[in-house]
Design a protein around this ligand. Sequence first.
Ligand SMILES: [Zn+2]
Length: 52
Amino acid sequence: MKLQILKCEKCNEYTLKEKCSKCDSKTINPKPAKYSETDRMSKYRNIARKAQ
Ligand SMILES: [Zn+2]
């Protein structure tokens, strides 16, 4: 999967670009792929697994 959905945290907008077209700030990857940061993310991982 090459197209990656990124998100601007300021505008709460999803985009495919590395910079937000509205506020020009750097976008982030909303779903961590390989590494999990905290246990708080585990429920999001479950949702992502179901969606695939
Ligand atoms: Zn923005």
